[in-house]
Design a protein around this ligand. Structure first.
Ligand SMILES: [Ca+2]
Ligand SMILES: [Ca+2]
Ligand SMILES: [Ca+2]
Length: 140
């Protein structure tokens, strides 16, 4: 019986924290966010969103989300587009669903909130405001 020598061979791995993190070119995320929504919704290409454009986009979104064809959007179909608080406001009969009219009324209410200068159009800056972003969620 040969006694096995207790020689803990320690392999020291020099954890070379390889290469300093490469600096990524700061090109992404540079664009203002409202612009993409405007580009998608602005059918007359005047660089702003008016209420008719917002409602047209919202109507298309409604039809797209309305999967079970019961004429309303429930919270599942809305996929987080409408907060619980907004839902309360937008759903006067409180049945947890929105008809297209209710959805468009919510769009209109948000549009007005997002248009503090009251000129009937939302420019890129207005679309970037919290109210503009809330509106944008209903349009895509
Ligand atoms: Ca427009
Ligand atoms: Ca439905
Ligand atoms: Ca405006």
């Amino acid at each position: 019986m040969s006694p096995t020598p207790k020689s803990p061979t320690r392999t020291l791995l020099i954890a070379a924290l390889a290469a300093a993190p490469l600096a990524l070119p700061a090109s992404a995320e540079a664009k203002p966010r409202g612009d993409r929504t405007i580009a998608a919704v602005d059918t007359d290409s005047d660089g702003t969103v008016d209420l008719a454009e917002a409602k047209a986009a919202a109507g298309a979104v409604f039809d797209r989300l309305e999967k079970d064809a019961d004429g309303t959007l429930d919270t599942k179909e809305l996929q987080g587009r409408v907060s619980r608080k907004d839902m309360k406001q937008a759903d006067p009969d409180n049945d947890g669903t929105l008809t297209k009219d209710e959805y468009l009324a919510l769009v209109e209410a948000r549009f007005k909130l997002a248009d503090p200068d009251n000129d009937g159009t939302l420019d890129a800056k207005e679309m970037r405001s919290p109210a503009g972003k809330a509106l944008a969620r209903l349009l895509k």
